[in-house]
Design a protein around this ligand. Structure first.
Ligand SMILES: [Zn+2]
Length: 269
C-alpha cells in the first residue's frame, strides 16, 4: 500500500490541507465484514474522512479537490488529521446543508468506527505474558548482567508494557461497546436508527447494509424479510453470513468467509 502526503482544498473553507492519501493498494489478505467494511491486510481506504486543520470541519477525501501544487507560503498548508467519531458527530449537525449522500457516508463511517472496537484483536493476554517475561529478563540482567543488557532489557520491557496498556484500553472499549449494544437507547443504537432510512432497499449493497443494521439493532425477524429476494452470486456469502448470525440472535459484526481458492484452470500441465 502506497501512501503519500498530497495537498487538498477543504470543501468547506477552501484552505490547503496536506492529506496522507492512499495512492495504491490491494485487498490481498483483507476481510469483508458484514457491515460492508473491507479491513485488514493491505486493504486501502481511498475515501477516509478527514478533519480540516483550519476550520475543524470534517470532509471525505473524494469531496476535497486535489491541488496540483503547494501554496507559495509554506505556512498556508497545514496537515489534516483523521476525523474521529466526535468530528463526524459534529459534522452531522450541518447535515441539512451537506451535498446528497454525505449524511449517509458520515453515518456509515460512524458505524464502522463503532464496530472497529470489535474488529481489533483482544491480544491483552499475550501482551501481558510477554511483558512479564521481559520484566523477568530485566530482573535477571540487573542481578547478573552488564549495564548494556540492563538497558536493552529495560527498553524491551517498556515497549511491551506500553503495548499491554494499549491492548487493555482496546479490550475495555470493546467490552463497553458490547454492553452498549445491549441497550436500545444507547448512542450506537441511535446512530443505527438514524442510518436506516438513508439506506435504499432497492440497491443490493445498501439492502445488505440495511439488513445488517437491523441485525445490529436486534430486529432479527426483519432481517429475513429484508433478505428474502435473491442476491447476486458475489453477494451470496455476505447475505448468508448476516442471515446465519440473525438466526443465532447475534448482533455483533462478523467476518464474511472467503470463497474457496479455485484451482488454476488456465495452467498447462
Ligand atoms: Zn476547512
Amino acid at each position: 500500500m502506497l501512501i503519500m502526503p498530497m495537498p487538498h482544498a477543504c470543501p468547506h473553507c477552501g484552505r490547503t490541507n496536506m492529506i496522507d492519501a492512499t495512492v495504491s493498494g490491494n485487498t490481498y489478505a483483507s476481510d469483508l465484514w458484514t457491515d460492508g467494511k473491507i479491513h485488514g491486510g493491505m486493504a486501502p481506504d481511498f475515501d477516509p474522512p478527514w478533519c480540516c486543520a483550519w476550520c475543524d470541519r470534517s470532509f471525505r477525501q473524494t469531496a476535497a479537490v486535489r491541488l496540483s501544487s503547494l501554496p507559495a507560503e509554506p505556512e498556508d498548508a497545514r496537515t489534516a488529521s483523521p476525523a474521529t467519531a466526535e468530528d463526524l458527530e459534529s459534522e452531522l449537525e450541518h447535515a441539512a446543508e451537506l451535498p446528497p449522500g454525505e449524511e449517509k457516508y458520515l453515518r456509515i463511517r460512524l458505524w464502522w468506527m463503532d464496530n472497529d472496537l470489535l474488529r481489533e484483536r483482544e491480544s491483552i493476554g499475550c501482551s501481558i505474558g510477554a511483558c512479564v517475561l521481559a520484566l523477568a529478563g530485566l530482573a535477571f540482567a540487573v542481578r547478573y548482567g552488564s549495564w548494556v543488557w540492563i538497558v536493552i532489557a529495560a527498553v524491551i520491557s517498556l515497549g511491551l508494557l506500553a503495548s499491554a496498556l494499549g491492548d487493555s484500553r482496546d479490550a475495555w472499549q470493546s467490552r463497553a461497546f458490547r454492553r452498549a449494544l445491549g441497550g436500545s437507547d444507547g448512542p450506537h443504537a441511535a446512530r443505527l436508527q438514524a442510518l436506516l432510512p438513508l439506506l435504499d432497499p432497492e440497491e443490493e449493497g445498501e439492502r445488505l447494509l440495511r439488513a445488517e443494521a437491523l441485525r445490529a439493532l436486534g430486529r432479527f425477524e426483519e432481517v429475513d424479510a429484508m433478505l428474502a429476494a435473491p442476491v447476486s452470486e458475489d453477494a451470496t456469502r455476505w447475505r448468508d453470513t448476516i442471515l446465519a448470525a440473525a438466526r443465532e440472535g447475534d448482533r455483533t459484526v462478523r467476518v464474511v468467509p472467503r470463497p474457496p481458492i479455485e484451482p488454476d484452470r488456465g495452467r498447462k500441465s
